[in-house]
Design a binder for this molecule. Structure first.
Ligand SMILES: Cc1cc2nc3c(=O)[nH]c(=O)nc-3n(C[C@H](O)[C@H](O)[C@H](O)COP(=O)(O)O)c2cc1C
Length: 210
């Protein structure tokens, strides 16, 4: 059951650097992120998979020393588009036409309206919208990792500007939103391992309107 896996997962505080996530598991986690639905199908984010040890040392410094950044097998960096542009939205239209075959006036009209409403907005508004889509990917990555019995720690506790600098993201029109080290929990030394989940009860969380 999926919910059993979701109870098993936790924001791992200490990972075991001697254990490595097999590439096929990593690939399936990334495929789940690629399959994430996004608003208008824009997929306005990318994932940078950082395995390089020296770069991860630098990222750890920019991540307030959080050891999962270096003790994991890889750090998935979710980086959103810094803005919407005509070219980016046209790229989505072109891909849709390629995959589904041919141009259609309905489709072109839809993306024309999207460009007219998104492109004139300020870059921050567009980045925030793109970042929300990246979080859908983050959610699916955490779920897929749990399904694969891979540990993962969602993180916002880092300096995004430094991450962008270290990974050269601004030149690619990307800004770091959140990161997810994936690896395996350490047997010893993780104060959170085995702790019960802290969640509000269902009746305080869900309102049913009938
Ligand atoms: C977007 C996001 C950012 C987070 N940032 C950090 C972080 O920087 N470091 C950390 O150790 N945990 C971080 N967490 C973990 C949360 O504290 C944790 O998910 C939450 O308390 C629920 O616990 P659980 O994930 O163990 O079920 C973050 C979680 C999310 C979803």
């Amino acid at each position: 059951m999926l919910n059993e896996r979701l109870n098993w997962r936790y924001a791992t505080k200490k990972m075991d650097p001697s254990k490595t996530v097999p590439q096929d598991k990593l690939d399936r986690i990334l495929e789940a992120v690629r399959l994430a639905p996004t608003s208008s199908g824009l997929q306005p984010f990318e994932v940078i998979v950082v395995k390089n040890a020296a770069i991860r040392e630098k990222l750890k410094e920019a991540g307030f020393g959080q050891t999962q950044i270096t003790d994991s097998t890889a750090v998935l960096v979710f980086a959103a588009w810094d803005n919407y542009t005509d070219a980016r939205i046209d790229g989505v239209l072109a891909l849709t036409e390629k995959v589904r075959g041919g141009a259609s006036e309905t489709l072109t009209g839809y993306y024309d309206r999207l460009k007219a409403s998104y492109v004139p907005r300020d870059a921050d508004t567009n980045f925030e919208h793109a970042a929300r889509q990246a979080y859908i990917g983050l959610g699916l990555a955490m779920t897929a990792a749990a399904f694969e019995e891979v540990d993962a720690t969602p993180m916002e506790g880092f300096d995004p500007a430094q991450f962008d600098e270290i990974l050269g993201l601004r030149a690619r029109g990307l800004k770091t939103v959140a990161i997810l080290p994936v690896g395996y929990r350490a047997e010893e030394g993780d104060w959170l391992k085995g702790a019960p989940k802290v969640r509000r009860p269902m009746n305080e969380f869900v309102t049913v309107v009938e």
